[in-house]
Write a protein that binds this ligand. Sequence first.
Ligand code: CLF
Ligand code: SF4
Length: 490
Amino acid sequence: MSRGMSKRRTTNTAPAARESEATTFGDYTSSSRGSSKPNAMDQAIIEKIKDHPCFSREAHLYFARMHLAVAPACNIQCNYCNRKYDCANESRPGVASNRLTPDQAVRRAMAVASEVPQLSVVGIAGPGDACYDWKMTKATLIAIAREIPDIKLCVSTNGLALPEHVDELVDMNVGHVTITINMVDPKIGTKIYPWIFYDGRRYNGIDASRILHERQMLGLEMLTERGILTKVNSVMIPGVNDEHLIEVNKWVNDRGAFMHNVTPLISERSHGTFYGLNRQRCPAPLELNALRDRLEGATKVVRHCRQCRADAVGLLSDDRASEFTLGQLPAEATYDSGKRHAYRQLIEHERRGQTSETTDATIAVSLARSNATLFIAVTTKGGGRINELGQAKELQIFSVCQKGIGLIGHLKLDPYCLGGWGEETTLNSIIEALEGIDFLLCFQIGIIPRNKLARRGVQATSAYGNAYLEQAIDALYTAYLSRGGFSGAS
Ligand code: CLF
Ligand code: SF4
């Protein structure tokens, strides 16, 4: 059981440890993190995060966000950004399909809120900067609050123009803000930001980074003083700020950040960014995971972020933006809350079941007298169950050991029908991507993919189809230990 850990495909993170190595988990649903358990958390905070898919790992199983791409202008230049590729603060590189006016944005939001029952949050995350393009952001948020009053509002920003808008954010009932903070040392900032535009003039070099840093810290302090939950996103740039993010974590923790979300730099030559053109390398999954492990403890560390687009719609694992382009929207804007309300009633029961099973499962693995760590990939279409029937677009990767069961990341796939026949080359690329994974749990799997996976050391099974993820992982871990190691899976 000592296969290599490399991943050749896009992945958020990857297995970091093997037998007896400690694995830490960043979500409050894990049993292993004393101070971050829900019962240690203020009830008001639980209310704020329980249906926000980004601020709670558990919520991302059930709830969806939508982004409204109303803010194209930006006041800084990041070396990882080329504007035609969207805002890397909160998205993977890719042009937002539509840059919307506030009126168009509200029409889109009303259509999505009527049709996507999981929708709980509307966010503005670019494609430029929401606080710099404030007129557009403000007009949109006010209209959304008026037309869809039961939705959460969320904003993402680079922080430079944040301080002057904090009180308006409070007035507009924006409950969640994300600031992208990549440095607290302006010298390091000079390697990330060539210039900023502030107070009517352009600043370069160390002055630019110093001003940006001061404004980011001020904005963070103002938000936390006013009770707005604030998440800090940081882009991990190897050789530039990777080690420095430990210091960033301390600063933002001291200033009340609720979560720290370290995302990997996405940089390709074709993006035309400074880093892309200069071949700045991106972090390997192992590096990213190791850094996240080092940050665990003080601030909750996010591991379920999908670096989504500025016009994303849907569950984090199932983007539905293409169903709601401007051309597809009804001419008359209407909002019907029926589907969302019905879903919430249904999901309450489901969540109680999932929470109870998760608690039981984490207790069970903690009682296992073993130092084995397994890495397990699961297919799910949401709801916290192994229930993906059709083509899996991503796998969630968990580790399980005596310390608990923890999500460590996700792995994007070219869709392949694991249940039956599919394209050979796609299957081969999935198998390569699964290197280092011990088990694959899916709803159904055909004999061909199962045998191919087995030959590469990945045991695939549909024996836990429709079970809750943690329940299935616990059962598999227990079976693994009772057998004394690997044997055939069915
Ligand atoms: Fe959007 Fe960001 Fe609000 Fe979420 S995204 S503005 S906090 S509603 Fe979420 Fe997307 Fe990751 Fe951002 S998965 S990129 S963390
Ligand atoms: Fe690009 Fe966002 Fe940076 Fe502005 S803040 S340069 S839009 S990544």
